[in-house]
Design a protein around this ligand. Structure first.
Ligand code: HEC
Length: 466
């Protein structure tokens, strides 16, 4: 029998016949898929670190995992898959349900996996450049959010190329998201802009609860990244949710550079879909659901798409974006069936997605302006920048296509280059050997490119520079 089919058929049987217990079956799920938000001091209100935590919340856990609310993963996985996807398999959901039905047995605690530790400072180590917003006190009230942008000079005297970027939220209970972009209007001092939903220029990175740092991919042929010019400013667009009035935050952005003068393939970022702001405003009449569409294209060359960041505000209900090639192939980009303003961000494709020259991009969004608990008195809403206005936006990260791009895996466990800074070379795989450019096994040495092979089949190029 085909191996994949065998696994598919066999897996559900295991979970029904083995009686799941906490130590062997449930803790691995919670540690791997929940704890990154549900540790004490984490973004989620509830800690799930211990057995008593899990038992005390068993009913709630079962409820939120079976209705798909947790872990939060808005994109429709039958439409397009993304890097760093955090979802539960049907099998895992069944396992949790069975475990609760059995009375939540603890099992043999000697078999508990190692509990992961979540660093509050950095998971990448010392940065080459750190940008921090001045300590800020949220002005969100009990029923309005605070959106504020800080434009901060980088102080760079020369152009550098970003190879990784990480956001360290100053206050996990208060920071709802942070959008980092290259400010189109750099300044020599910090500029604070209230009621600013950002981004102000080319988006580089979006942080939302549970986000991992962005490490640009590196194949054996290319370095990828974003150019950060001399005298540039970075715009940090912060969102502090309602109820956070008076809470202090000082979020930090850590930036890791390629060695000076690395020839990179530059990743661009642009609003390919942006209805109602630059074009004719759109209007959402009260007491109805309204469809808004947007198009982009035809594209004038082949592109490799890296990520998609769909954006709507509070009335957004669902959103779908896809490309159609000149040969009439449909390339799914993203579909979110239940838009949730609280959970949004940029989604990194699994591999670069080739969008051939001459393609059109189509976007459709539905907005629900009918009466509900969160919208008790519907009024006409127009497109605009305020939270109470609406947006219909698709921000894409992409670059000029080169043959082979579609094979480059975008999750950073794959290939990471490094120079002298202590970015981990591989976040998951176990290291197996070092080879030189000709594939000969060798020892680590300075100033020459070496390839690090891992037992999970991944390869990293690394040059240690003296
Ligand atoms: C990306 C961060 C994140 C991950 C991952 C995550 N949660 Fe949550 N969870 C939250 C936040 C934040 C809340 C608070 C409510 C909200 O904002 O939706 C929450 C709320 C909850 C609640 C309380 C719901 C309520 O109505 O009071 C439960 C139970 C829960 N999560 C269980 C889980 C379980 C089980 C997993 C893993 C399978 C998980 N969560 C994964 C962020 C996360």
């Amino acid at each position: 029998m085909n191996k994949l089919l065998y696994i598919l058929l066999y897996m559900p049987i295991i979970s029904f016949t083995q009686n799941p217990n906490y130590s062997e079956d449930i803790a691995p799920i919670i540690y791997g898929k929940c704890l990154q938000c549900h540790y004490s001091g984490g973004i989620a209100p509830l800690s799930l670190e211990t057995y008593p935590d899990a038992v005390a919340n068993a009913g709630l856990i079962q409820h939120v995992v079976s209705n798909g609310e947790m872990p939060p993963w808005p994109p429709d996985t039958t439409y397009q898959r993304f890097s760093y996807e955090n979802i539960l398999s049907l099998d895992e959901i069944t396992m949790i349900t069975d475990w609760i039905t059995l009375g939540a047995p603890i099992g043999d605690t000697n078999l508990l996996p190692q509990i992961p530790i979540f660093p509050t400072t950095s998971s990448l180590g010392n940065a080459d450049l750190e940008i921090q917003i001045p300590t800020y006190s949220s002005t969100a009230t009990s029923n309005s959010d605070d959106y504020v942008c800080f434009s901060i000079p980088t102080g760079l005297m020369q152009n550098r190329e970003i190879r990784a970027i990480e956001v360290i939220p100053g206050n996990l209970q208060t920071v709802h998201h942070a959008i980092i972009s290259l400010d189109a209007f750099p300044n020599s001092s910090i500029v604070t802009t209230p009621n600013c939903m950002g981004p102000q220029g080319g988006t580089i990175y979006t942080w939302a609860p549970g986000s991992v740092p962005l490490i640009y991919p590196l194949s054996q042929t290319y370095d990828f990244g974003v150019n950060l010019p001399a005298n540039s400013s970075l715009s940090i667009s912060m969102h502090y949710p309602e109820g956070s009035f008076g809470q202090l935050d000082s979020t930090k952005v850590k930036i890791y550079f390629h060695p000076v003068n690395t020839a990179i393939r530059e990743i661009y970022s642009d609003y390919l879909i942006n209805e109602g702001l630059l074009s004719q405003p759109f209007i959402l009449p009260p007491n109805q659901i309204t469809e808004i569409t947007g198009t982009f294209g035809p594209t004038n060359q082949d592109y490799s798409f890296m990520s998609v960041f769909p954006h709507m505000h509070l009335l957004g209900k669902s959103i779908e974006m896809f490309a159609v090639s000149p040969l009439n192939d449909t390339i799914n980009l993203i579909k979110i069936n239940n838009w949730d303003f609280e959970w949004q961000g940029a989604y990194l494709f699994k591999k670069f997605l080739k969008i051939p020259s001459g393609s059109m991009i189509y976007a459709t969004g539905f907005y629900d302006n009918t009466q509900s608990l969160s919208n008790p008195n519907p009024v006409t809403v127009q497109s605009g920048l305020n939270t109470q206005d609406e947006m219909f936006v698709g921000i894409f990260q992409f670059l000029d296509y080169e043959i082979g791009d579609e094979n480059i895996i975008l999750e950073s466990t794959n290939i990471v280059s490094s120079n002298s800074s202590n970015l981990p070379f591989n976040l998951n795989g176990k290291f197996s050997k070092v080879v030189d450019i000709l594939g000969r096994e060798t020892k680590e040495s300075k100033n020459i490119p070496l390839f690090y092979l891992y037992d999970d089949g991944t390869v990293e190029k690394k040059i240690i520079i003296e």
